[in-house]
Ligand binder design. Sequence first.
Ligand code: JCK
Length: 229
Amino acid sequence: MRIDVVSIFPSYFDGLTLSLLGKARDSGILDLHVHDLRDWTHDRHRTVDDTPYGGGAGMVMKPEPWGLALDDLTAGLDTRPTIIFPSPAGELFRQSTARELAHREHLIFGCGRYEGIDERVFEYASTLGDVRLMSLGDYVLNGGEVAVMAMTEAIGRLIPGVVGNPESLVEESHEDGLLEYPSYTKPSTWREREVPPVLLSGNHGAIAAWRREQQIERTRQRRPDLLAE
Ligand code: JCK
């Protein structure tokens, strides 16, 4: 998979090139390219923002640098890329979204800043690829960078060969919409706290039943919205 990221803060992504995705990148499974939007400006100040038509607070990202960036990143392709713009007004990015996007050959992420990007950029991008406006969740960030890091990590670990331990993905593939069961490791007693005895019993049926019950109870307490679905 090829991933292009366009941002006015490309150094934000230095951490992403290390971590989990570093190995995938080295092996060629994931080809990550981070670009500075200001490289597609032509004025002395490398301007990427301007005041909003109609008035209002803050600044809006100008369309011209985005148009040139998208033209360059999509020139000469033989397949339509998926172009993702993080946005507080986007559809929610879920595990199912990550699973879907993990099958794409080419993702382009456009990171907005300020109050966002001139709306015409999304229309124009739709002529070049399949555009998705995606939100990480119902809170307001200062820009798209943190959202792109989260989305890239969620997608990248689903690409075969990216996760170190394939068993952890096998378990995830029988997802049931419940929260995880609690995990324990040695020592069996720590600061007078015991590991639940069933986990030391060797009774695999009882362990599976206990874990299921824990999943249901935690989901009821912490995420009742998931039980409704
Ligand atoms: C992309 C710029 C900052 C800040 C105005 C009026 C609500 C608009 C995101 N889950 C998420 N939260 N925020 C983002 C996100 C924020 C961004 C950009 C993504 C580009 N900003 C900003 C305030 C406003 N609003 C009512 C917000 C943008 C994701 N993914």
